[in-house]
Design a protein. Structure first.
Length: 380
C-alpha cells in the first residue's frame, strides 16, 4: 500500500472500530442494567415469598397449638424477632435496620416483614441473602466475556471489510501510479530528443534536415500525449457533431504520421473511398490518431500497415506483435496495456472505445500473436 491507501485504510478502520465499540459499549451497558434490574426484582419476590412462607408457618403453628420449627432455605438467612427486636429464632448475617422494609448493605439484601401479626410473639421476620450480588457478578463476567469475544470479531470483520472496501481504491491508486510512471517515461523520450536536436543545431549553426525531422517527430509525439490527456481530463461532449468527410481526415492524419512511418521504415497502403459521417472533428481525429499510433507503435520495422475506408467502415491492419486472445477483452479498459513492447499509457484504445460507444458505432478486432492486428469500425 502507498501512503494514501494506508491512510484511507487506517481511517476507515478507526472510524468503523470506534463507532462499533461505542455501539457495543452502549448495548452491553443497557443489557447489564436490564439484567441487574430483573435479578433485583426476582430476588425481592423470592425473599418476599420466603417471608410469607415463614409467616404462614408461625400463624399455623399458633392456631394449631403445635411447636414451631423454623424452615431452612438455601442461600438465605432467616431470623425472627419480637416487638422489642429480640432474636427468637434463627440467625442474621449482619445487624438489622428495622426502619427499612428492604435494603442492601455490604452486598447483602435484607427484607423485614411484619406479616406474622404478633403470633407466637413474633413481630418481625427478617430474610437476608447475598445471592443477588453473586448473580450480578456472574452477569458481569458473562457480559465481559461476550464483549471481549464480540470485540475480537468486530476487529477481524473491520479489517476484512476495510480490505474489501478499499481494494478498488488500492487498485485505482496503483493504476494512477503506473500511469504517472508511464507518462514520465513517455514524455522523457521526445523531450530528450528535442533537447539533443536543439543542442546539435546550436553547435552546427546550420540547417540539418535529419535533426529537424527528429524535432518534428518529437513535437508530434508530445502533441499526441497532450491530446490524449486532454481528452481524458476535460469534457469533450459539448463539441457538436457535424457532417465531415472521414476519408479526408484519414488522409490528413497519414501526412501527420508520415515522418514517423519513414523513421520506422513502415510501408503504408491506403484504399480510401468516400466516407461521410456526422461526428465531432476532434473525436474523428482521436479515432484515427489512436488506432494509427498504436499500429505504428506495435509494428516492427520493414512491415506494412493497411488502411481502408468505405461508406460504412474504417479498417486498419498491421503486421505487428499482435495481442493474446485472453487480453482482447480487457485492452479497452483505461490504463490496461496488453504488453510493454513499446510503452504507452493504456488509454488509446479506451478513448477509441468511449467514442465508438458515444456514437453507437461497433468495433471488431482480430489479432494473432506475432502476426498482427486488424481493427474495423462499423459506422452503420
Amino acid at each position: 500500500m502507498n501512503k494514501i491507501t494506508k491512510k484511507s485504510f487506517y481511517s476507515f478502520l478507526a472510524l468503523y472500530l470506534v463507532s462499533s465499540f461505542i455501539f457495543l459499549t452502549l448495548a452491553a451497558y443497557w443489557f447489564y442494567t436490564s439484567q441487574v434490574a430483573v435479578e433485583k426484582s426476582a430476588n425481592f419476590y423470592k425473599m418476599n415469598h420466603i417471608a410469607d412462607l415463614i409467616s404462614a408457618e408461625v400463624i399455623h403453628s399458633q392456631m394449631e397449638k403445635r411447636p414451631f420449627k423454623l424452615q431452612r432455605f438455601q442461600r438465605a438467612a432467616i431470623a425472627l424477632y419480637d416487638k422489642n427486636r429480640k432474636l427468637l429464632y434463627g440467625m442474621s448475617v449482619q445487624k438489622v435496620n428495622f426502619k427499612n422494609d428492604f435494603y442492601m448493605k455490604k452486598g447483602v439484601f435484607t427484607l423485614v416483614s411484619q406479616r406474622t401479626a404478633g403470633h407466637m410473639n413474633v413481630q418481625y421476620v427478617v430474610v437476608q441473602s447475598n445471592e443477588c450480588v453473586k448473580n450480578v457478578e456472574k452477569i458481569k463476567n458473562k457480559i465481559a466475556y461476550a464483549v471481549i469475544i464480540t470485540g475480537t470479531l468486530i476487529i477481524l470483520i473491520a479489517i476484512f471489510l476495510s480490505y474489501i472496501f478499499l481494494k478498488p481504491i488500492k487498485e485505482k491508486m496503483e493504476e494512477i501510479e503506473n500511469f504517472v510512471k508511464d507518462t514520465t517515461h513517455e514524455l522523457n523520450t521526445p523531450i530528450t530528443a528535442l533537447m539533443m536536436s536543439t543542442s546539435r543545431i546550436r553547435s552546427k549553426k546550420e540547417y540539418d534536415e535529419k535533426i529537424v525531422k527528429n524535432i518534428s517527430i518529437s513535437t508530434k509525439q508530445l502533441y499526441d500525449i497532450y491530446s490524449s490527456l486532454s481528452f481524458l481530463s476535460f469534457d469533450t461532449k459539448s463539441e457538436a457533431a457535424e457532417k465531415l468527410s472521414f476519408d479526408t481526415v484519414v488522409k490528413e492524419d497519414l501526412d501527420y504520421f508520415r515522418e514517423l512511418l519513414e523513421k520506422k521504415k513502415i510501408t503504408l497502403k491506403a484504399d480510401l473511398q468516400t466516407c461521410e459521417l456526422n461526428i465531432a472533428p476532434t473525436k474523428a481525429k482521436m479515432l484515427i490518431n489512436n488506432l494509427l499510433s498504436n499500429a505504428i507503435k506495435y509494428s516492427k520495422p520493414n512491415t506494412t500497415i493497411t488502411i481502408a475506408t468505405t461508406a460504412d467502415n474504417f479498417t486498419i491492419k498491421d503486421e505487428g506483435i499482435g495481442i493474446e486472445k485472453e487480453k482482447l477483452e480487457v485492452i479497452f479498459q483505461r490504463f490496461i496495456r496488453a504488453n510493454s513492447y513499446a510503452g504507452g499509457f493504456g488509454v488509446g484504445l479506451n478513448i477509441v472505445d468511449s467514442i465508438v460507444k458515444e456514437y453507437g458505432y461497433t468495433l471488431a478486432i482480430q489479432s494473432e500473436k506475432n502476426r498482427g492486428t486488424e481493427i474495423t469500425l462499423h459506422f452503420r
